[in-house]
Design a binder for this molecule. Sequence first.
Ligand code: FAD
Ligand code: EPU
Length: 336
Amino acid sequence: MIIIKENYSIKPHNTLGIDVKARYFTKTETLDELKEVLEGYREYFPFLIIGEGSNILFTRDFNGIIIQPAITGVTIIENDSEHCIVEVGAGENWDDFVNWSVENKLGGIENLSLIPGSAGSSPIQNIGAYGVEVKDVIHSVKYLDLETFETVTLLNHDCQFGYRNSIFKNHLKNRFVIYSVVFSLCHNPVFNTSYGNLQAEAEKSGELNLQTMRDAVIRIRRSKLPDPKVIGNAGSFFKNPVVEVALSDQIRVKYPQMPSYPVSEEFVKIPAGWLIEQCGWKGKRTGKAGVHEKQALVLVNYGDASGTDIYDLAMKIRDSVFTEFGIRLEPEVNII
Ligand code: FAD
Ligand code: EPU
């Protein structure tokens, strides 16, 4: 049954904990419900689709309808000696699905443990952590096309996945609602321990297996990233900038210790957290908004900060990084 809430606070539906109201809010549990709500409202009101609100900054009330696709289900649709193809409803919690995969001895997403959000959002910014991106295991994405009102299955190679990027952030922006994602997991995983201290952390439990990898990733994440249930945040606020080698060489004259990772012969990626820390922001607080003390890329809500408090802080950070390094940071978080 469709329940439409009116004048509804979405504080519990965004991990930054911003207290703004939606004129209407609803959850849709089936594709038919989703279509029914869209048909009834979209001609008259702006609409916004949300998952678990872990990558959204609301800067004001939303004078329209917010729809949360709560379509659930984890269904094995093909299984052979090497791969298991699984379809996951958009409304499934991402980390519950990772846990399911580890319990069922299916590899591929253990490094993506503890990333907040829903499975349906995972392809949109191509979630990634600890050397793995979700594009590595996505078979296809199923969505409702909002122009034709037809369902579409987009295969992995048509999703234009990149670093924190996909067709859903570009060509298909505002034109789709994902209702399920199909993953190809494997029975004989090759563990990726290339990132930072992951190898050492995983080996603390002795044998390397899916569970010890998952546990190691969870320990590392808990040691660095604030738990949104305790302190409001949306993970990395900005993307790590990809810049020309010539610019990074120029910066390195003043900052010889700057970390960077090669992307191609001409480009390198620089950790935004390092740039922000050099500008003196780490652990800084302006009113109720602040910069996390262990990870300068994470902006936090110390209480009842407003969306504009967080936004204004983000823009000050962006300006100071530009002034010092000539690099313009791009938000990863979706600003509404
Ligand atoms: P939301 O924030 O609800 O939505 C994100 C965007 O997708 C919005 O534009 C929304 O309109 C749209 N959207 C959501 N669902 C649908 C749908 N079904 N159909 C159409 N559009 C939709 N991200 C990483 O990549 N790696 C990390 O390591 C990581 N760590 C994090 C740690 C913390 C503590 C937090 C709070 C966030 C972290 N994130 C990370 C960011 C976040 O977890 C991901 O972006 C996640 O995929 C967002 O999922 P969500 O369901 O909360 O999406
Ligand atoms: N660093 C600093 N100071 C800081 C933070 C980081 O100097 O305050 C430097 C350090 O040199 C460190 C390097 O940055 O070695 C990288 O830091 P970290 O391993 O914490 O990763 P990150 O680049 O800050 C990215 C993702 C995270 C993901 C981790 C692990 C982006 C924008 N962020 O962060 O994703 O969990 O790698 O793979 O790519 C997210 O997208 O929300 C997110 C949390």
